[in-house]
Design a protein around this ligand. Sequence first.
Ligand code: RIB
Length: 299
Amino acid sequence: MITVFGSINMDLIATTERLPKPGETVAGNGFSTAAGGKGANQALAARRAGCGVRMAGAVGKDSFAVPALALLKDAGTELETVKTVDEPTGTALILVGGDGENMIAVVPGANGTVTADDADRAVGAMSEGDILMLQLEVPVAAVERALAAARAKGVQSVLNLAPLIDDAARLGRLADIVIANETEFERLAGQENMSADEREAALKRLNGETGQTLIVTLGADGVIAIRDGLLSRAKGLKIEPVDTVGAGDTFCGYFAASLDEGLEFEAALRRAAVAGSLACLKHGAQPSIPLSADVAKAL
Ligand code: RIB
């Protein structure tokens, strides 16, 4: 069973031929809304991978609350630990360019009301052998308490270091497993503009110092990871991306679900990387998360 402690958003998505520069206006060629939020996306990915999932977080009392949770509900995710508050449901304003790249501004709303007490409740409800998944879209104090509570209880924690915030490096030290993109990993390692060799050396150094399992996602180049001193690499699929929003979340959810199922570490990385690739082939964060049968076929 996986508990995801994190954000729930409604994504407001405009597609454009190319992304605007600061101060520029470009014409859009499509608009849609979809359920999103890094926490909710990761929860749905883990659920679609076949795992039991409980989501802990917050939504508002506005008209976005129901659609933001709809796919999680349809998938059979436990939602009793999602509280309803007076702040509006979190929103993300997303632009997707013709090459599949994106720009995102997130307005936390209800996500900003998630507290350390909520963290205690979420971790308190977990059982031995469960996995706790977190990201950095709810307040730092809540994430920090959840990580501390997980450690005290002996449940494994997986922290996705996204989006990059000032406290990322400090929080990153508190998790058992850290998943980061290149920039986020550089913050964790305390060095900018790393070459591939420097990244590998930093992975070995940090793993040696902390014993943490570290995974760095490299976009089209797959992932590099270290666990118990051993480096691993995994590739996704060769694809032409149409929309990369939610691909990282799909990787995280599938990875955690695969660990929960008892897959070997390298097999879990490969399955997650393939799921992440498939998530780039459709628009929208949650609508694009593949079902486990589709991932199995692509593997
Ligand atoms: O990682 C993608 C997610 O980031 C989107 O769904 C959006 O809500 C933002 O939180």
